[in-house]
Design a binder for this molecule. Structure first.
Ligand SMILES: [Zn+2]
Length: 133
């Protein structure tokens, strides 16, 4: 069995993305915004679980959707939820997090657990731009 080609992956990515956007009503679950939408795992699953590359990540989101653990959030609500998740887990370092610039995606390690605050930032960086705006 040969690996799917880049164009097959791209097509599958776009189909899954459209499917999920439609299934999740195409707007932010919290504020109903239709702008800057991002997929969010209701219960955080961890950076390593997302897979590498858009194709693998969208497959991951489809699986999360099938078990009822996926929602759409706008970038603002997603950021707020991430802070709340961090706080709930005791990883919040300082209240200035909201004002911090987003870490660059290129800083994200290929594989990481979510055991430290910097892991969380890498995780968030990977989430950002999921929908390829
Ligand atoms: Zn929102």
């Amino acid at each position: 069995m040969s690996a799917p080609s880049a164009s097959m992956k791209r097509t599958a990515f776009l189909r899954r993305k459209a499917y999920l956007l439609n299934a999740l009503s195409g707007c932010c679950r919290k504020c109903q915004s239709e702008r800057d939408l991002q997929f969010d795992c209701i219960t955080p699953r961890g950076h390593a679980a997302h897979g590498s590359g858009l194709y693998a990540r969208m497959l991951f989101y489809v699986r999360e959707f099938e078990v009822g653990n996926l929602q759409l959030l706008c970038a603002r609500c997603h950021r707020q939820k991430t802070i709340e998740d961090r706080r709930a887990l005791g990883w919040i370092r300082d209240a200035a997090f909201l004002e911090e610039p987003a870490p660059a995606a290129s800083q994200a390690p290929a594989q990481a657990s979510l055991s430290t605050a910097s892991d969380w930032e890498a995780f968030c960086a990977r989430h950002r731009g999921t929908l390829g705006t």
